[in-house]
Structures are given as C-alpha cells and as structure tokens.
Design a protein around this ligand. Structure first.
Ligand code: G
Ligand code: G
Ligand code: MN
Ligand code: NA
Length: 254
C-alpha cells in the first residue's frame, strides 16, 4: 500500500525514467527501431522491476498515467536526437491490457500521442497477447481506430496466449513479436522450432512484420536467419539502455 502511494508520487513528480532496447533488421544487422521500457528507482528500496510495479499500476488505475509519462519522456529525449525517421522507423511503447480494453483511455492516449507532432507518426503500440484480447470484436474495433489515427500496432509475447491464431485471422496488426520462450527453446526443442517457422511463414504471407524477442546468443540469431526471420531484439543485439548509451551504441555500430 505504501508502494502504491510511492508509485503515485513518482508518477506525479515524473520520477520514473525510460530505457530503450534496439530492434534490429537481420539482413544488414541495422537498428530500425527501439522499444521503450519504463524504469523506477525507488528512493529507499532501489530498483523495482516493472514486473512488480506495472501490475500494481494496473490494479490502481495508474496504467494510462505511466503510458503518458513514457511517451512524454521518449518524445522529449528522441525528438532532437536526429534519429527519428533516419535510423529509427518506429518507437514502440508497451500498453497495459487494462488500458487497451478501455476505449476512453485509448482515445485519451492517442490524443496525447498526437500532441507530439513530430513524434506521433513513429509511435507503435505493443499489446501483450495473453492479457489483451478478452473481447476480440472490441479489440478489432479499437485497433482499427488507432490505425486510422496513424498508429501502428504490435502484438507482444505472441504465442503465449490461447488466441494466437484467431488474432492472426481477425486483427490487422502491423507486427507480431515471437515470445522469447520460443526463442530460448529454438535450438533444443524441435517442436518450438516448428512453431516459430510456422508463425514466420504465416506472418510473411499476411505481410505482417515479424520480430523474434529475447535473442541472447549468436547461434540463436543464426537459426532465426536461416528460417527466414527478418527482425530481432535481445540482449545479444542490445540491452535496454538510457538515451546516452543508446546514442553511443548506435554510433559504435554504425
Ligand atoms: O523491461 P523489463 O523486462 O524489465 O519489463 C518487464 C515487463 O514489464 C515486460 O512485460 C514489459 O512489457 C513490461 N513493461 C516495461 N515497460 C513498460 C511500460 O512502459 N508500460 C507497460 N505497460 N509495461 C511495461
Ligand atoms: O514483455 P515484453 O516483451 O515487453 O518484455 C520486454 C522485456 O524483456 C524488457 O524489459 C527486457 O528487459 C527483457 N528482455 C529484452 N531482451 C531480453 C533477452 O534477450 N533476454 C531476456 N531474458 N529478457 C530480455
Ligand atoms: Mn514489449
Ligand atoms: Na514480449
């Protein structure tokens, strides 16, 4: 309970900050986007993981405040970086299911994003598969509204939910991200590999962008390349970094 109060205060005082994990195009191993991830350093308890405070935020009506804070910080840090539109084709922001499932909150979020004029066009929203789609028909509607406003949509942690195939059938998403559990098993478990291959094939035929998450080794990257995966993220390619580190990382890898 104290933690919720502290979180509220941290949000109000803009004391959360963001890091950026690069996303790579595998053909040329060039960075083409970033995923923005929120971080909280508590004044007494030190770093608190998003796995802890995001659910807390969701349970206490703070999701949309966090999304807006993340977008404001990313816009502020990236707007003058010279990266937007040149190196970075998009900037991905995670959206909680509680927020995604509220039409009001999503309208409010997209208006907020639109207020960042030179930034809005780069924003891509990531929604987690498992948590999201309680009501497929409503999701279809929300997603097409967001796309009509120029935002692109990505399905995060793809393959972990029960509705993966229904989503491919019904949702006109721009991107799917293969959950890192499949990538971790890619080399040891033939069935995981078969699933990943099938997802890549389906995504390619639907012309949906496909990203492998959680790439931690060179050999995983090799396998992914071989089976036709075009984009990837993971510690092997780049950890989540503060803006100064991101700029250095991109300069070093240019
Ligand atoms: O960055 P990290 O691996 O610690 O993130 C852990 C979890 O928290 C992931 O599921 C990630 O999607 C989620 N997360 C990180 N940043 C944000 C954010 O800004 N908003 C939301 N809703 N979730 C986030
Ligand atoms: O659920 P989502 O995909 O948004 O989670 C993103 C989180 O995954 C980030 O917070 C990041 O810390 C974590 N992450 C990114 N790359 C890797 C990786 O290669 N391995 C592992 N274990 N976690 C990763
Ligand atoms: Mn994500
Ligand atoms: Na994920």
């Amino acid at each position: 309970r104290q933690l919720v109060l502290d979180l509220r205060e941290a949000i109000a005082e803009q004391n959360l900050y963001v890091v950026y994990q690069p996303k790579y195009e595998l053909a040329e191993l060039s960075c083409i986007g970033v995923e923005v991830l929120v971080r909280w350093k508590h004044p007494q308890h030190g770093f608190i993981a998003p796995d802890v405070f995001i659910p807390l935020a969701e349970d206490n009506g703070l999701s949309s405040a966090i999304s807006k804070l993340v977008i404001a910080k990313a816009a502020e840090e990236l707007q003058d970086s010279g990266l937007l539109g040149s190196v970075l084709q998009h900037v991905a922001v995670n959206v909680s299911a509680t927020e995604f499932n509220s039409t009001d909150e999503m309208n409010s979020l997209s208006s907020f994003i639109e207020s960042y004029r030179d930034f809005a066009q780069y924003v891509r929203l990531e929604i987690t598969e498992t948590a999201t789609l309680t009501d497929m028909r409503k999701s279809v509607e929300v997603i097409s509204q967001l796309q009509a406003r120029g935002l692109t949509l990505s399905i995060d942690d793809f393959g972990t939910g029960y509705t993966s195939l229904a989503m491919l059938k019904d949702l006109t998403v721009d991107e799917i991200k293969i959950d890192r559990s499949f990538v971790a098993e890619l080399e040891h478990d033939a069935r995981s590999k078969t699933i990943v291959c099938a997802v890549i094939a389906m995504a390619n035929s639907f012309r949906i962008n496909i990203v492998a998450e959680g790439v931690e080794t060179e050999s995983q990257l090799k396998v992914l390349r071989k089976i036709g995966c075009r984009q990837a993220q993971g510690y092997y390619l780049g950890r989540p970094m503060i803006i100064a580190e991101l700029l250095k990382h991109l300069a070093d890898n240019a």
